[in-house]
Write a protein that binds this ligand. Structure first.
Ligand SMILES: [Zn+2]
Length: 127
C-alpha cells in the first residue's frame, strides 16, 4: 500500500507509464517509480492497451540441429544383456544312441537324432 493508492492517474503519469512500458521495464520497476502498486500498474497499462516490446524468448535456432539424446530404453528391457546364444543352448555333443527303428547303436547328433543313417535313408519317400 502506498499513499498514491486510489488517487486518479494524471496525464503525466500515463505518459510516464507508457514510456516505461515501452522501454521494457517490469511492473515492479514502474510501480516503484510511480509510487503505485503493481496491480495498479497492470490495470492502468491494460486500460491504456500498452504492450511491452517484443523479446526473443526461445533460444536462437541452430542449423544443423544438435542431435537428440538417445531415448531411455523401454522398461521391459533387461538391465543386463542376455547371454550369448551358445551359452544358453550349447550344441549337444554327439553321443551313442540306439536307433529307434532298428535298435542298432549309432553316433547320434543329439536328442533330435533318433534314427541311424540307414533307417533315415530308408524312411525317405521315393522320388
Ligand atoms: Zn536304424
Amino acid at each position: 500500500m502506498t499513499a498514491r493508492n486510489g488517487t486518479p492517474w494524471t496525464d503525466t503519469e500515463g505518459r510516464l507509464l507508457r514510456d516505461l512500458f515501452a522501454s521494457g521495464a517490469s511492473n515492479a520497476e514502474i510501480a516503484a517509480r510511480l509510487g503505485r502498486s503493481e496491480a495498479a500498474i497492470r490495470v492502468k497499462a491494460s486500460a491504456l492497451c500498452l504492450t511491452r516490446p517484443w523479446k526473443m524468448q526461445a533460444p536462437p535456432l541452430q542449423w544443423p540441429p544438435a542431435p537428440a539424446a538417445a531415448p531411455p530404453p523401454p522398461s521391459y528391457w533387461h538391465s543386463t544383456p542376455a547371454p550369448p546364444l551358445a551359452a544358453r543352448s550349447p550344441k549337444p555333443a554327439p553321443t551313442e544312441r540306439r536307433c529307434m527303428t532298428c535298435q542298432k547303436p549309432f553316433q547320434s547328433d543329439g536328442p533330435h537324432n533318433r534314427m541311424c543313417g540307414t533307417c533315415r535313408h530308408l524312411s525317405q519317400p521315393f522320388d
